[in-house]
Ligand binder design. Structure first.
Ligand code: PMV
Length: 315
């Protein structure tokens, strides 16, 4: 078999409720997307990573002057250092199927695809636990203090209740009684998860009691949302998403565009709408009653000039 043909895959995700508070140990609900990133690796003289459609190539051993490229190189270097010490160089080509910096877990999906492709090329499979640890090493380069939710979702997808846990991450599959019709809308503003996580940390340092109260309030919404999913009560789920958006706004994570998009989605019939992921730009999600409602919401957002598409999350 030709090693260059083998591929690795990482999934994107949307956080239904609980972003940011998940960094502080509270639970979050996330749904895996069918798309994310694919990668393949081939033996080469030295380690390199090319990412399409970004048109970027970095070499593990060659420092970059551009800050974003240098971050990508350092993330890749963190993965290379976790591979077998005695091994040939690997040229990895990755193809991103979701936008980066959009709150869809693109960077974790890229890391998991690269890890899997490198392991495939070397014929050395790795446990999920070790792949998660490697992806977290990469995420730490980009985000400083990742909760691990993106990496965990990039590995397995599904509908999950995630929490960071004292002794390690915990993923609990959620048994939804029916599938979800979601709309993802992209504000086209670049959201920096790292900057947003740092902003929440700053607010926490200023007034930790207030921040902790907000995180507790969000945690209660998350647990209610899990019950609503299990009961198939999407009206309730939508209300809880709206309430979560109000708290995210209180943490200054939303933007005018994201607020406008949530408003448009609700006017078009969405049961609930909120930003998803890091915020400060990036994507929002809206919960539709059914497939026909998905189309109306997508149309309302597209007519207003935003890129939007529907996704179905299976029960
Ligand atoms: O922006 P994304 O897709 O990387 O999502 C980040 C989710 C946060 O809760 C904001 C950060 C984290 O590490 O959990």
């Amino acid at each position: 078999m030709n090693a260059a043909q083998l591929t690795g895959q990482g999934f994107g995700k949307v956080i239904l409720l609980g972003e940011h508070s998940v960094v502080y140990g509270r639970p979050a609900l996330a749904a895996g997307l069918a798309r994310g990133c694919t990668a393949r690796a081939a033996v080469a003289e030295s380690d390199s990573l090319s990412v399409e459609p970004w048109g970027v190539t970095v070499h593990a051993a060659r420092e970059e002057s551009d800050a974003d490229r240098e971050l990508l190189r350092r993330g890749f270097l963190a993965l290379c250092e976790r591979c077998r010490p005695e091994r040939p160089g690997l040229a990895v080509s990755a193809n991103m199927e979701i936008p980066g910096g959009a709150g869809l877990g693109g960077s974790a999906a890229l890391s998991v695809a690269v890890i899997r492709a490198m392991d495939d090329a070397l014929g050395t499979p790795r446990s999920d636990e070790d792949a998660l640890a490697a992806s977290l090493a990469w995420e730490r380069v980009f985000h400083g203090n990742p909760s691990g939710i993106d990496s965990a979702m990039a590995l397995g997808g599904g509908l999950q209740l995630y929490s960071r846990g004292q002794t390690g991450p915990s993923l609990q599959p959620v048994r939804a009684s029916r599938g979800l019709h979601l709309v993802i809308g992209n504000s086209a503003e670049h959201g920096s998860t790292k900057a947003m996580v740092a902003s929440v940390a700053w607010q926490h340092a200023q007034d930790s009691a207030k921040a902790e109260q907000i995180f507790d309030a969000i945690a209660a919404l998350v647990l209610d949302a899990k019950s609503a999913l299990e009961a198939g009560d999407h009206v309730r789920l939508g209300e809880l998403m709206n309430a979560n958006q109000t708290w995210l706004d209180a943490l200054r994570l939303s933007t005018e565009r994201l607020d406008r998009m949530c408003g448009l989605a609700r006017e078009a019939g969405a049961l609930g709408a909120k930003l998803t992921g890091g915020g400060g730009g990036g994507c929002m999600i809206a919960l539709a009653r059914d497939a026909a409602a998905t189309e109306s919401i997508v149309r309302a957002l597209s007519d207003a000039g935003y890129q939007a598409f529907g996704v179905e999350v299976r029960a």
